[in-house]
Ligand binder design. Structure first.
Ligand code: ADP
Length: 398
């Protein structure tokens, strides 16, 4: 059974086509600059070196999906003979509020609920909904599933998700911690249990999803009990361009000093802060690492701030779970950046966390990178959110 996975952003769309009988990736691709000049589709068929690149006008998400379908049925680069072979479509959806703790089959009622969540994720849910609408129009009758970034975190207890604000704001507006990257935290926690050969019900895990956006989760017996992102993905760790958690009073202070309004301050906290803000160089850890090699002190400070915050959450979650059996690193930085993993794990020996500096010299593949005498296992696990989406889609539609 062939399943198409769609991750639709405001101006870009990523997709993968998988055969779920064998869980193999057949093709993947990206549509960029939807609705602007220079829009392009880049499509890769597994085991074919030659890539398909189509620079064509793509004015909206419907045209984007149509171009994806065209590529998928292309005689040379395609992987199906006709659209009918696509048996189901799985959509990544960022925010389901408190409505869904699991993936769901999409119908009009689900669409209505997700429209009701637009307030909570004004940047993310609308493009996700455009993608769903376009697919439903182009592939009527093909079952669609929504897989939510927030769902895995719905098991958090109230003491983790309630902010110390007037309670009525939670009741009236749904202001609470939701958490994001749930699909990734779920995937790597399950893989960690497999790699360790231990039932997930017997494990306390801390999963560090460190990409351009970054979050840490505490996972006890396979259930998320706390996570660092909050009401929005701005909270928690310092990230590529996001500040992470700061004293909220800073917002009005900057607003007064700089003569800008709260939305403009939030734009700065989202787009000009984090590694970029501190280093003044780049949001990309490859550039930060290179600048540190050149003796750049601000880049070095940025990395120290990043690692400090990750360690802060590791400590907090060990306290919350009364221990930890394994720490998992995943996503762009977590999977590839040897130096950052080293700085994070440095001098945690008293907590039973000992990184093996030789085993740590690995990138982008599953590995146990802790020393043999480390009480806590340290794992590197490449995330695979698309596979989780495809699996859930398959389960709900087969
Ligand atoms: P997102 O999905 O949030 O955009 P990713 O998980 O793809 O992010 O991570 C992208 C980030 O990973 C890059 O911005 C960069 O900082 C980091 N990264 C990618 N490759 C490497 C590498 N080889 N060394 C260090 N950092 C890397």
């Amino acid at each position: 059974m062939k399943v198409l996975v769609i991750n639709c952003g405001s101006s870009s769309l990523k997709y993968q086509m998988l055969d779920m009988k064998t869980e193999t990736l057949l093709a993947k691709g990206l549509v960029e600059r939807i609705g602007t000049d220079g829009s392009v589709l880049k499509h890769e068929k597994t085991n074919l070196d030659d890539k398909l690149v189509r620079e064509i006008p793509i004015e909206d998400h419907k045209v984007a999906i149509a171009s994806v379908v065209d590529a998928l049925i292309d005689p040379v680069y395609g992987v199906v003979k006709s659209m009918k072979e696509i048996k189901a479509v799985g959509h990544r959806v960022v925010h389901a509020g408190e409505k869904y703790a699991k993936s769901v089959l999409i119908d009009d009622k689900v669409i209505g609920v997700l429209e009701g969540c637009v307030d909570l994720a004004p940047l993310h849910n609308p493009p996700n909904l455009f993608g769903i609408a376009a697919c439903r129009e182009l592939m009527p009758g093909t079952p669609m599933v929504a897989v939510f970034d927030t769902a895995f975190h719905q098991t958090m207890p109230p003491e983790s998700y309630i902010y110390a604000l007037p309670y009525e704001y939670y009741e009236k507006y749904g202001i609470r911690r939701y958490g994001f990257h749930g699909t990734s935290h779920k995937y790597v926690s399950e893989r960690a249990a497999d790699m360790l050969g231990v039932n997930i019900d017997d494990l306390k895990l801390i999963t560090c999803h460190l990409g351009n956006g970054a979050s840490v989760s505490a996972i006890k017996r396979g259930k998320c009990i706390d996570t660092s992102m909050g009401f929005t993905p701005l909270a928690g760790l310092a990230m590529g361009t996001r500040s992470g958690s700061i004293d909220p009073a800073i917002i009005s202070f900057i607003s007064d000093k700089e003569g800008i309004d709260a939305d403009e301050v939030l734009e700065i906290l989202n787009k000009k802060s984090g590694m970029l803000g501190i280093s003044g160089t780049s949001s990309d850890f490859r550039d930060i690492d290179a600048a540190i090699q050149q003796g750049d002190e601000r880049a070095a400070l940025a990395l120290k701030v990043f690692a400090h915050r990750v360690r802060y959450y590791i400590g907090a979650y060990i306290a919350e779970m009364n221990g930890v059996d394994a720490i998992v690193f995943t996503a762009g930085v977590g999977e590839n950046d040897t130096n950052t993993r080293d700085v994070i794990c440095n001098e945690l020996g008293n907590l039973g966390i000992k990184l093996d500096l030789v085993k740590n010299k690995v990138r982008g593949k599953e590995a146990i990178i802790s020393r043999d005498d480390s009480r806590v296992a340290i794992l590197l696990i490449p995330t695979n959110e698309e596979l989780v989406i495809a699996r859930d889609t398959y389960e709900l539609t087969k």
